[in-house]
Write a protein that binds this ligand. Structure first.
Ligand code: SF4
Ligand code: SF4
Length: 57
């Protein structure tokens, strides 16, 4: 799963545009992730604030 640290996220939207699955959505100041997330980790790498973390299950 993808853990979103909303206390850190700055709503820049960078992760939304890099997700190959289109699983991230930023509505106003709230980032959501859908079940289509493949936990590829691209968004985790691109986030400038370190607000995203892939947790392997
Ligand atoms: S881990 Fe990959 S598939 Fe999941 S939200 Fe991030 S970029 Fe998209
Ligand atoms: S890249 Fe990071 S700071 Fe920017 S919207 Fe995504 S989670 Fe938030």
């Amino acid at each position: 799963m993808l853990n979103i640290r909303r206390d850190i996220c700055g709503y820049c939207g960078a992760c939304v545009s890099v997700c190959p699955e289109g699983a991230l959505e930023l509505v106003d100041a709230y980032l959501t992730v859908e079940d289509t997330c493949s936990t590829c980790g691209i968004c985790e790498k691109i986030c400038p604030l370190g607000a995203l973390e892939v947790i392997k299950e």
